[in-house]
Write a protein that binds this ligand. Structure first.
Ligand code: PLP
Length: 370
């Protein structure tokens, strides 16, 4: 690997993280990490926590009072969602059109669910009607809003209309902060996300939201102590204005970083930020097609923040990615499973969601495959 002189002397290696995540954080989020550390029950920290929870409500599009950053990555958000709502034998319908839908099936089954899996081809969105008809009375219907493994967006609003008495559980790891997300209007009862994609923060927190109704229908004594939402209430938002109780040591630096990124996003304006993601993705996708490459995700369901593109015939996918890393300090991702060597995944998320970034990656990729 070739390091620049600055990198050799400072020991700092700066990558342009244009893969499926983590993405480069907003500078405000990085600066917040370097501030003097606060204790987790310090009133100054609690103010930051309250503000971060309020910012999360805005990006989720919810008024849920139980909206909080869980102290772990997106997969812990997934575990929290299922372990708190699924008891032994409960029926859970899972829409599967990629790796993260598959992971949901595994997690739900470990919680004792009777999993009814509804499969769709990788690269296609889920069909809400087929999902809703898969079982007459499930406790939970689960779907991934933005499948990072394939670059596909599914219609959560339509699922919300068809969910009946089921609780709608949604993975918004890659959509939050980058796509339209209206949890309350769409009937989302439980949602989890991650910080490392369009929110522009390092990995380490799982923004989580649960409606009052879903909270009332939760498993009273879930098998996870750490992720028990009944116990987490005292740690965060639920008791706003009241004394916090210790549950675990909140990752104060990470929450300050999240707060700073949310402030950055809300200052720019949620709509403006989403529009920036849309323009960047469209520029990239148009440019790739102009280069003669074929997009993988179905037209009409393509995520702007995560583009999947087929590796051209005769091109060594891994060699190109290694070349981009070495010569441009640019990371892009491989495809997943049987698409590992035939698809690339290119993320333009958070601060990287710009038309300049799209032009940069188009230029670099064009040179690498030449
Ligand atoms: N769900 C989706 C859609 C994801 O993209 C990811 C991670 O990329 C996860 C869940 C898991 O999140 P984490 O890797 O932060 O645990």
């Amino acid at each position: 690997m070739t390091l620049t002189r600055a990198e050799r002397t400072t020991g700092v290696l700066e990558r342009r993280l244009f893969g499926p995540g983590p993405s480069n954080p907003y500078p405000e989020a990085t600066e917040a990490l370097a501030r003097p550390l606060l204790g987790h029950l310090d009133p100054a920290f609690l103010e930051i926590m309250d503000r971060a929870c309020e910012g999360l409500r805005q990006v989720w599009g919810t008024a849920n009072r139980r909206t909080l950053p869980l102290s772990a990555t997106g997969s812990a958000g997934m575990e929290a969602a299922f372990v708190n709502t699924v008891a032994e034998g409960d029926v859970v319908v899972v829409a599967v059109n990629g790796l993260f839908g598959e992971r949901m099936c595994d997690v739900a089954a470990r919680c004792g669910a009777e999993v009814v899996r509804v499969d769709f081809p990788y690269g296609q969105p889920v069909d809400p009607q087929r999902v809703a008809e898969a079982h007459p009375a499930p406790k939970v219907i689960a779907a991934v809003h933005a499948e990072t493994s394939t670059g596909v967006r599914s219609d959560i609003a339509a699922l919300g209309e068809l969910k009946g008495d089921a609780l709608l559980l949604v993975d918004a790891v890659t959509s939050i902060g980058g796509s339209e997300l209206r949890a309350d209007d769409w009937g989302v009862d439980i949602g989890y996300a991650g910080t490392q994609k369009c929110l522009g923060v390092a990995p380490g927190l799982a923004p989580f939201t649960i409606s009052d109704e879903a909270f009332d229908r939760r498993v009273p004594h879930p098998r996870s102590w750490y992720l028990d939402l009944g116990m987490l209430g005292g740690y965060v938002g639920e008791a706003q204005g009241r004394a916090r109780t210790y549950h675990h040591t909140a990752p104060t630096a990470m929450i300050a970083s999240l707060d700073a990124a949310l402030e950055r996003i809300l200052d720019e304006g949620l709509e403006a930020v989403r529009d920036r993601h849309r323009r960047a993705g469209e520029t990239l996708q148009a440019g790739l097609q102009e280069m003669g490459l074929e997009l993988f995700a179905a037209e009409g369901a393509r995520l702007p923040q995560l583009t999947t593109v087929k590796v051209p015939e005769g091109v060594d996918s891994a060699r190109v990615r290694a070349h981009l890393l070495e010569h441009f300090s640019l990371e892009i991702g491989a495809g997943v499973k049987e698409h590992a060597s035939s698809v690339w995944r290119i993320g333009l998320m958070g601060p990287n969601a710009t038309e300049e970034s799209a032009a940069f990656v188009l230029d670099a990729l064009g040179r690498a495959i030449r």
